[in-house]
Design a protein around this ligand. Structure first.
Ligand SMILES: *[C@@H]1O[C@H](CO)[C@@H](O)[C@H](O)[C@H]1NC(C)=O
Ligand SMILES: *[C@@H]1O[C@H](CO)[C@@H](O)[C@H](O)[C@H]1NC(C)=O
Ligand SMILES: *[C@@H]1O[C@H](CO)[C@@H](O)[C@H](O)[C@H]1NC(C)=O
Ligand SMILES: *[C@@H]1O[C@H](CO)[C@@H](O)[C@H](O)[C@H]1NC(C)=O
Ligand SMILES: *[C@@H]1O[C@H](CO)[C@@H](O)[C@H](O)[C@H]1NC(C)=O
Ligand SMILES: *[C@@H]1O[C@H](CO)[C@@H](O)[C@H](O)[C@H]1NC(C)=O
Ligand SMILES: *[C@@H]1O[C@H](CO)[C@@H](O)[C@H](O)[C@H]1NC(C)=O
Length: 827
């Protein structure tokens, strides 16, 4: 029953995703090529203090300073290394009375009654302007960057800063004016405001609200007055989500849509109508991939050169049942401008619907900035605009066309990942092309680094930047410092943009398609800081050309494995790339015998079950990726009939890692055979038999218990699936969930008792590879994004047999592929 229901929902989900995406399966769930866990993180610099919530960052590259706004504190850090001292700190906390007053307002004294710094902007040459929520009673102040001390006088922040520390907020200081957007005050009324300058402005709230429960994401200034042929004004663009207004079917009520809005910088409001209100406010729908449920999570303005070439990157999320899908789209500024110049929407009182307005539009065009054309018509400022235009503006804030992404499709989709933040860097690669590198922060402490190549996204790597799962709240790119700054609850992290030294071979460097990196003949290096870029090798377009000489490749480490006949042995092959496929060869170039039931090929290793004497030989594992094949590791496997007594005792220091040249290996093999023959010949017969039987029994018993599999408990989606609800129409429970399998990597370190002391080591030659299991399982999960269990299997997480476990994994792996195929067929 349950199985068929499950099947049904797999198909359902697959079809849904296929339907919602115009792209192929590969694009729908792009796999990061490399997984870098927290412990593998290198070159990172960390800053944290006693306080929490390092969510506001302001980088001043020219001064070499990163300002950080946290809960009750502001820091001035050296941007070349944020962990360096000395650094300056301002403590700006609320006192007990203010906490009490906040609590009396019914607020949570554990989260809301603090001073969360929400605005941190440069005001003039000498001062910063800073606003904090100040225990639900916001305050702002000017801070002299030289002295870096808290001033004695404060501004009321109610008009500039939200009360709530987590509510959507964006603020910019532009030419002395403070442009903020949030839901303000105790009642969270959405508004876009201008302050500090003489002409303060707000949005209109009657008779129609211009903003419907808006949740602001970000804002940006585009200097459209520069190099303009029409004498245009600078504009501020706002990105937010709000309740949908243009469609009012029951189904869609209360659904949020993503919006882009804009105002003109020189707007001074109307004279009688729209007094102290924006006369230039217009908004449009921002569409990425899904007609419904799509929320904007973050947006980034990529400003390179001319303002006309500005590109906006935006990360969205939508939820289907319990499946979360994140998408990334990009938009061009001219496309957005065109939409704002198109037809308006109008609210029909009779039908209570917003529909396209087909009537006459007054002149000058409502919502436009003051341009040369308007000036020549006698409209020197927005105060000169005629009443009929302003009346029209009041009732027509929304335009009817939708802003579509470049190429009409999303760049990237990712299942069961929530992107909370996006930042983009444009990089000149060695092929003289420009590539956009996306840094996507997730809600659980990872960064996905991806590159756009020919309108497709290749995820170079996923990096675990925080030990505990916490949301990435801010991302700032510094080309000058070659750094990415990451703000989150627990602190700020600085990592290099490229991270080239993690690639150890030419193949690895090329296959990465990391535009920051190139192979210089000896190492993978940053191309920008390198002396001679011309000599470097990189292949952004194909990611597989340039490594002609295999000498670049370090020779693989040959390992010895010796087992007794009848035992299982695991030949591990740790592929670093999640996109690579392992390929095994025996005794040189023979492929594995696919009919041999003793051989089980996994993603990360070859398992030989119940080994026979004829399984002896040389096994080589190659990684195949992008049409290239590189050797990863090779083994000399000896299967012995019986345990040679001398070998155990005559080898005091076991050597595993030592690379072994071929002739040596042969002589070793010979020696092994001689040993076998010797044993067979009957030397030391009695003693050997006793030894063997004793040690065998011990090994049989303890064979798998040494692996401590319980440390890597497989996560189940269905741990709360026990209530045998047969409800089949509840897809949110029945839907198979494929999650990136990093979860089991690091068991919650604080909660778990320290692991028991390791068992006495076996002579290394006799390890059958199983001691490396936890790492292997991790990689398997990381590699394959494996399908997790659907039902509670009766078995305990403490598996008795690795064979069983690997078979299970392989079995599941098959399912994963099945699901992917379903996706494909449904597209
Ligand atoms: C601040 O951090 C704490 C703990 O790290 C968290 O519980 C809280 O939600 C955070 N507050 C905000 C506004 O992010
Ligand atoms: C940051 O640190 C570097 C290296 O120590 C130093 O050269 C530089 O002057 C520092 N910058 C600031 C703004 O203190
Ligand atoms: C927060 O409020 C709770 C209940 O209102 C109270 O018990 C607690 O002492 C308060 N904590 C602080 C730090 O004021
Ligand atoms: C910057 O603004 C502050 C606050 O208004 C003011 O005290 C200071 O003199 C200004 N500095 C300059 C260089 O104008
Ligand atoms: C607009 O400015 C021009 C030149 O500065 C001036 O001649 C004209 O009278 C102004 N028009 C209005 C309506 O103020
Ligand atoms: C490859 O190696 C050979 C000899 O070792 C050398 O002559 C040749 O120039 C190398 N080719 C490249 C592309 O490095
Ligand atoms: C590899 O070669 C050896 C020696 O020639 C042979 O005994 C062995 O069976 C071969 N192994 C396999 C798996 O074919």
């Amino acid at each position: 029953m349950k199985k068929s229901a499950t099947c049904y929902f797999v198909v359902f989900c697959a079809i849904t995703i296929g339907y919602l995406s115009k792209r192929s399966t590969a694009d729908l769930d792009a796999t990061p090529r490399i997984t870098v866990t927290y412990n593998e993180l290198s070159d990172s610099k960390w800053f944290s203090n006693k306080v929490k919530n390092y969510s506001t960052l302001l980088l001043e590259d020219e001064n070499g300073i990163l300002y950080v706004g946290a809960r009750g504190a502001i820091f001035s850090l050296n941007s070349s290394d944020i962990s360096l001292r000395p650094r300056k700190t301002i403590h700006w906390e609320v006192n007990a009375d203010e906490t009490k007053a906040c609590q009396d307002k019914g607020r949570n004294n554990q989260t809301e009654c603090f001073n969360h710094i929400r605005l941190l902007q440069r005001f003039n040459e000498t001062h910063l302007y800073v606003c904090g929520t100040y225990a639900f009673s916001p305050l702002c102040c000017y801070i002299d960057v030289k002295t870096f001390l808290l001033p004695t006088t404060f501004d009321d922040g109610k008009e500039k800063c939200p009360y709530d520390p987590v509510i959507g907020y964006t603020g910019l200081i532009i030419d002395g004016g403070l442009y903020t957007a949030s839901r303000y005050g105790f009642h969270s009324v959405p508004d876009i405001r201008r302050n500090i300058v003489p002409h303060t402005l707000k949005t209109e709230a009657s008779p129609l609200h211009w903003l419907m429960d808006a949740e602001f994401v970000t804002s940006t200034i585009i200097r459209e007055s520069l190099t303009t042929a029409i004498g245009d004004d600078d504009k501020i663009y706002y990105f937010f989500n709000e309740n949908i207004m243009e469609e009012t079917s029951e189904f869609l009520d209360k659904t949020k849509v993503a919006r882009v809005a804009r105002v003109c910088k020189s707007d001074t409001g109307g004279k009688k109508i729209l007094q102290r209100k924006w006369t230039s406010f217009l908004k449009a729908r921002l569409f990425c991939s899904s007609p419904y449920y799509e929320t904007l999570k973050s947006a980034y303005t990529l400003n390179v050169g001319n303002w006309e070439e500005t590109i906006f990157y935006a990360a969205f999320m939508f939820q289907w049942g319990n499946m979360k899908i994140s998408t990334v789209c990009r938009y061009s500024l001219p496309d957005i401008q065109k939409v704002f110049e198109g037809p308006y929407m109008e609210y029909q009182d009779s039908s209570r619907k917003w529909t396209k307005y087909n009537g006459e539009v007054p002149k000058p065009r409502p919502g436009s900035c003051i341009t040369n054309e308007l000036r020549s018509g006698g409209y020197n400022s927005s105060q000169d605009l005629p009443n009929n235009v302003l009346d029209f503006v009041k009732l027509h804030p929304l335009v009817s066309e939708v802003v579509k992404p470049i190429g009409d499709q999303q760049l990237l989709s990712k299942k069961n990942v929530v992107y909370t933040r996006i930042a983009v860097d444009r990089v000149s690669a060695l092929d003289n092309e420009q590539y956009d590198v996306l840094f996507l922060g997730t809600d659980n402490g990872w960064i996905h680094k991806a590159v756009v190549i020919n309108n497709k996204v290749h995820i170079i790597e996923e990096i675990q930047v925080f030990k505990t799962p916490e949301a990435v709240e801010n991302l700032v790119v510094s080309k000058k410092q070659n750094s990415l700054y990451i703000g989150a609850q627990s602190g700020v992290l600085q990592i290099p943009l490229g991270g080239c030294n993690q690639y150890t071979s030419c193949y690895d460097c090329i296959l990465a398609r990391n535009p920051y990196c190139g192979w210089d003949g000896g190492a993978c290096r940053e191309t920008l800081t390198s002396q001679d870029r011309v000599q470097m090798t990189q292949d952004m377009q194909n990611g597989n050309r340039g490594c002609v000489n295999h000498t670049d490749q370090a020779p693989p480490i040959k390992k010895m494995r010796t087992v007794l006949k009848g035992f299982d042995v695991l030949l591990q092959c740790d592929l670093r790339s999640n996109l690579a496929k392992p390929q095994w060869f025996v005794n040189g170039s023979d492929p594995l015998d696919s009919n041999d039931a003793h051989l089980k090929e996994g993603i990360d290793g070859l398992l030989i079950i119940d080994a026979l004497l004829e399984h002896s030989g040389e096994y080589s594992c190659y990684a195949e990726e992008g049409g290239l094949r590189a050797i990863v590791t090779s083994y000399n496997l000896s299967v012995l009939l019986e345990l040679p007594k001398e070998k155990i005792y005559s080898e005091p220091t076991p050597i595993v890692q030592l690379p072994t040249a071929v002739p040596q290996a042969d002589s070793k093999l010979e020696f092994v055979y001689i040993s076998v023959i010797t044993i067979l010949g009957g030397l030391c017969l009695v003693l050997t038999i006793v030894l063997v039987s004793v040690s065998c029994q011990q090994k049989r018993k303890g064979k798998y218990s040494t692996t401590r599999v319980n440390a890597v408990e497989l996560q189940t989606v269905s741990s709360n699936f026990k209530d045998k609800s047969e409800e089949t129409n509840n897809y949110s429970d029945g839907c198979l969930q494929i999650i990136p399998g990093e979860a089991p990597t690091s068991p919650p370190s604080k909660l778990n008792p320290p692991p028991p002391p390791p068992p006495p080591p076996l002579p290394s030659e006799f390890t059958n590879g199983i001691s490396t299991l936890p790492n292997m399982l991790r990689k398997m999960n990381g590699n394959s994004y494996m399908l997790l269990r659907q039902n509670d299997e009766a078995s305990s997480p403490l598996y008795n047999s690795f064979t069983e476990e690997l078979s299970k994994i392989l079995e599941k792996r098959k399912h994963t592929q099945l699901v992917e195929k379903l996706d494909e067929s449904s597209v």
